[in-house]
Ligand binder design. Structure first.
Ligand code: PGA
Length: 278
């Protein structure tokens, strides 16, 4: 059943992703699943993804096994596949437990655990090796934004990952075994209740698309799926998805309540620059 959960995404079919962070125990994840399944019937015109905590992931996979339309990912993996790394989770373990997606570079990992661009690049590589689809998170702090460093910060974060991986993918004559998804998450909007204006998010997405193009070419960058994250809720989802270049959202706090996340998953819009899937 799990193997039928898909990770093929394209622009125009919005991605609605829940990042539970260090919330919801295995028991709570099961209860959440039971409620969410009632609230959200399968909807083939969108992707709904969940990132439970690693210990809660198998319980959530089991509790949703009748619903392969719900896709599941791991919040973090170690940069090695196995070995003496007490407390860590590897990409192959996550895959074996039923995850098909993986986050990398979330600002909380960068800030609290020292995940620098080089380390994030290695984690992306492990995710790809294990067959997981990475979502690479990038974004600037408030100070960086106020100093006018938005473009520079996004460039550095993209370069840290694609600078190493893109030449290898090119040598293998491919844009990557599983093209990355990106999430623009301004640090000042995460968990603060302060959402970026749709036009500011669109502007940042355009910068990101240009940076992706520098490493992977214009066709890959035009097709790249870029999510927005930072205080997304049911009341702002439609405006965000209607904005130019926003292909979906990564939701933290508001995804912890199945009622609120189900409302977000009923969102109307698709990115204006992507075509709506039939
Ligand atoms: P938030 O978190 O929705 O609670 O702001 C978003 C995220 O960190 O992915």
């Amino acid at each position: 059943m799990q193997s039928t959960r898909e990770t093929v995404v394209s622009r125009g079919r919005p991605v609605l992703a829940a990042n539970w962070k260090m919330n919801l125990t295995p028991t709570e994840a099961e209860a959440y699943a039971a409620r969410f399944l009632e609230l959200h019937p399968p909807a083939p015109d969108r992707h709904v993804l969940f990132f439970p905590a690693a210990l809660s992931l198998p319980a959530f996979v089991r509790a949703t096994q009748e619903r392969p339309d719900l896709e599941i990912g791991v919040q973090d993996v170690h940069q090695e596949m196995e070995g003496a790394h007490t407390g860590a989770v590897s990409a192959v373990m996550a895959w074996d437990a039923g995850a098909r997606w993986g986050l990398a570079g979330h600002s909380e990992r960068r800030r609290e655990f020292g995940d620098d661009p080089e380390l994030v690049g290695r984690k992306v590589e492990r995710l790809v090796q294990a067959g997981l689809r990475p979502i690479l998170c990038v974004g600037e702090t408030l100070e960086e934004r106020e100093r006018g460093q938005l473009a520079e910060v996004l460039r550095r974060q993209i370069e840290g990952v694609l600078g190493g991986l893109a030449p290898r993918w090119r040598a293998a004559d491919s844009a990557g075994p599983a093209p990355l998804i990106y999430a623009y998450e301004p640090v000042w909007a995460i968990g603060t209740g302060r959402t970026a204006l749709p036009e500011d998010a669109s502007a940042a997405h355009a910068i990101l698309r240009e940076e992706i193009g520098r490493f992977l070419g214009t066709q890959v960058s035009a097709e790249a799926v870029i999510l927005y994250g930072g205080s997304v809720k049911a009341s702002n989802i439609d405006a965000l998805l209607a904005a130019e270049g926003i292909d979906g959202v990564l939701v933290g706090g508001a995804s912890l309540d199945p009622e609120e996340f189900a409302k977000i998953c009923r969102a109307n819009g698709a990115s204006r620059s992507g075509e709506r899937a039939p």
